[in-house]
Design a protein around this ligand. Structure first.
Ligand SMILES: Cc1ncc(C[n+]2csc(CCOP(=O)(O)OP(=O)(O)O)c2C)c(N)n1
Ligand SMILES: [Mg+2]
Length: 410
């Protein structure tokens, strides 16, 4: 029968609100190793189902199984574990530093460490990321100095960005980390443009775009897919689906498409979903997509299925909008523990060595923090000069800025 009642529209609701029992029964989790690995030059039409599955390598027993396994040596896996543990320790210290008033703001990666750490190891020198604020693993795994990151967080006299960016909005051309934009999604279309420019100039460096689930609702996301697909730009487009966009659950931005990866299908872009808490799976899928881009086979959309275990930022309290125990109920587990268990299973790691590494890493992070604090924190030490605020954007300063600088007396 036709509904002839009053018109209405639909507002999606999360399965559960604070006080309720966490429920992820609507998230189907395929067995590790069960999703095939297509040839690099596969016709996107043949792999449409990969936009609705989840590529996984590590099983519950900590074994690496299936066609996406076997790319990394024990040494590389141990290094990967160290990177994720370093990022976690770095986050914990900087979170505390914010509570101590040493910086105004911080954003953690808790639960999402595998995504950026593993992806970074699949890139080549010179490739350029267009990240958001939750991919510091790209820097940590790329060997960028923690002290420099902390100087930026503290906006101190050694901050390479001279206090002009919000804390954690790093920038490093040398490390393939484009300046982070606080205006979400603008970086996605920039990544496609950079990739096209790289091709125009006959280069072999590819670009990588990063975006959160919530930010895919921005029109820049869709414009980026139009340009990437039409021009088959050498770019990898990542969507980090950590289930939340501050207090908004992922169902709002996803709408009726079933998955975020499925957004790529209408554009003819190959789209894969990967277990974002599985270091080996993220790395294997990243390699696949990066090779496609490098071989002029065009863009790939990757949805990293993960969970933001911490607060959105130091200005957020998740207990206001989701059950406290939701992160414990997340079916894909913790990326650090899963890789640790795999390495123990391989016989190259142990609980004792893990505890020892944790202590060593904490010492290294604290040493870096001491060094950074010698250059000052938010409320101590020397600051970058006010004059710096006017520099670094225009080659020739426009008259209105010159006037403002004079008014500021610097
Ligand atoms: C254009 C724009 N709109 C809104 C905001 C405010 N804002 C900052 S983070 C955020 C949530 C983004 O969620 P998501 O994209 O899922 O990334 P996540 O924080 O989960 O990593 C919002 C709405 C912004 N910075 N820019
Ligand atoms: Mg999100």
């Amino acid at each position: 029968m036709t509904d002839t009642g009053m018109l209405r529209f639909h507002v999606p609701e999360p399965e559960v609100r604070p006080g309720g029992a966490p429920d992820f029964s609507n998230v189907p989790i395929p067995r590790a190793g069960s999703v095939p690995r297509p040839e690099i030059d596969v016709d996107p039409r043949e792999i449409r189902d990969l936009a609705f599955s989840i590529i996984r390598v590590l099983n519950r027993a900590g074994e690496a199984v299936g066609p996406w396994a076997g790319l990394l040596s024990d040494e590389e896996l141990l290094e990967g574990l160290r990177h994720m543990m370093t990022l976690r320790a770095f986050d914990a210290r900087m979170q505390m530093a914010q509570r101590q008033g040493k910086t105004s703001f911080y954003m953690q990666h808790l639960g999402e460490e595998a995504v950026s750490c593993a992806f970074r190891k699949a890139l080549a020198p010179g490739d350029m990321n267009f990240p958001t604020y939750r991919q510091a693993g790209l820097l940590i795994a790329g060997g960028y100095p923690m002290v420099t990151m902390m100087n930026q967080i503290y906006s101190n006299e050694a901050d390479p960005l001279k206090g002009r960016q919000l804390p954690i909005m790093y920038s490093s051309k040398e490390h393939g980390f484009f300046s982070i934009s606080g205006n979400l999604a603008t970086q996605y279309i920039q990544a496609v443009g950079w990739a096209m420019a790289s091709a125009i100039s006959g280069d072999n460096r590819i670009a990588v775009g990063w975006i959160g689930d919530g930010s895919t609702a921005e029109s820049d996301f869709h414009a980026a897919l139009v340009f990437a697909s039409t021009y088959k730009a050498p770019v990898v487009l990542n969507v980090v689906n950590n289930q939340w966009a501050i207090s908004t659950f992922q169902g709002i931005a996803r709408g009726g498409s079933g998955t975020f990866a499925a957004r790529g299908l209408g554009f003819g872009i190959p789209a894969l979903r990967v277990d974002g808490n599985d270091y080996l799976a993220v790395h294997a899928v990243a390699k696949w997509a990066i090779e496609r881009a490098r071989r002029n086979l065009g863009p790939t959309l990757i949805e990293h299925v993960t969970y933001r275990a911490g607060a959105h930022s130091t200005s957020d309290d998740p207990s206001a909008y989701r059950p406290k125990a939701e992160s414990d109920a997340w079916p894909l587990g913790d990326p650090v523990i899963r890789l640790k268990n795999h390495l123990i299973r391989l016989g190259v790691w142990s609980e004792e060595r893990h505890a020892q590494a944790e202590a060593e890493i904490l010492d290294t992070v604290i040493a870096a923090q001491k060094q950074a604090e010698e250059h000052g924190t938010l409320h101590s030490g020397n600051k970058p000069s006010t004059r710096d605020m006017f520099e670094g954007v225009y080659e020739q300063m426009p008259p209105h800025l010159r006037r403002q600088r004079q008014q500021a007396g610097v």
